[in-house]
Design a protein around this ligand. Structure first.
Ligand SMILES: [Zn+2]
Length: 109
């Protein structure tokens, strides 16, 4: 089960954004892919937590940049064309983390 979780996690973090960049931002897909990858920087908020990684902790609603308030801000960024790619990247990141949370509730009983 943990192998499946890891495969899904890394697929959604690295391969899926490539597809998004290629399909929706074709003329500048390399730049779009780079921006999508850079949105992973929101994971720097894990450094504020002790321990900074815990296999049974859901990041959504725990870390400041993974809070519900932050999610609302990321969704609002979508309304501005300049920040649309960033918004997509951040929301995809949180969706990926949320899928991890589903696995966590299953694995960490
Ligand atoms: Zn995260």
């Amino acid at each position: 089960m943990e192998i499946i979780q890891k495969v899904i996690h890394y697929f959604l973090h690295f391969v899926f954004p490539l597809g998004i960049a290629f399909v929706f931002f074709r003329e500048r897909w390399k730049q779009a892919y780079l921006i999508l990858l850079l949105t992973m920087l929101i994971d720097s908020d894990h450094l504020l937590a002790i321990p900074f990684y815990h296999p049974c902790r859901c990041s959504i609603g725990f870390h400041p940049l993974h809070s519900y308030f932050a999610i609302v801000i990321y969704a609002l960024l979508f309304l501005f064309s300049k920040f649309r790619i960033v918004s997509v990247g951040l929301l995809m990141h949180l969706a990926t983390d949320y899928i991890d949370c589903i696995f966590i509730t299953h694995n960490c009983k």
